[in-house]
Ligand binder design. Sequence first.
Ligand code: PAF
Length: 280
Amino acid sequence: MKTISKISEIRNEIIGWKKNNFVVGLVPTMGALHIGHESLIKQAKDCCDKVVVSIFVNPIQFGPNEDYNIYPRNLEKDQEICKRNGVDIIFHPEPAEIYPENEHLTIVTPPEFYKNKLCGITRAGHFEGVSTVVLKLFNIVQPDKAFFGQKDAQQIVIIKKICRDLNVPVEIVGCPIIRDNDGLAVSSRNQFLSSEARQQALSLHRILQVIVDLYKSGSRQKCEIFTEALKELSDEVELEYLDAYDAETLDILNKLKSNTLVAIAARVGRVRLIDNIVIN
Ligand code: PAF
């Protein structure tokens, strides 16, 4: 396994792979790898000949008051995880390699309809930052397939939309949310939770479970279902949003139906967590 930090160097490797008609998979990450990322890598290994994991904490997707500076970084541990899972190349550029010019950067802006809801309500500029870096990574690595976790459901919908609209020839593969035994969706930010905060954070998953149970027992009205489910919200958890969307289009729904994305975001202390479930 190679760790490469220069665009020119990874391009040379990719040119060699393409000559051999290898199917190239990309797992874009910000590092601090966990079992959720491992599941993406495993999926990539299953359906690609060569797998690249990018590790880049992308400054332009963080707001001024967000956690860019303290975002967990641990390249050595990430390298061990990648090696263990048969990754071919880790692409780990410095910010100056990706953004050599600070001014007048071309920004990929997803349509308002997709970005001004869910996490976009409180994270202005976030999806522009994600879309820009993902398109840059696609242009650098030229993968056939790219693998993203369903925990960031809005991110997947937006990236798929950009690929359709801009004719980007990359297949976007969404992979299931991985949960710890207690039900908490794994996230690099979970390490910031104290054991007490972690207990409180579990209410997010409980809320989603109640919603699924009510749906299964025949309820369909969002208001009624959510009122009941929110009884599970721990007092110390500050809800940012809970809503229901068409899982493909992100249309907001008042009645739950099959293929509904129910997504939640909340703050537990200073840690912002998201979770979701697709009802079928
Ligand atoms: O999901 C993430 O970790 C990031 O948003 C991504 C896709 C790697 C872009 O920086």
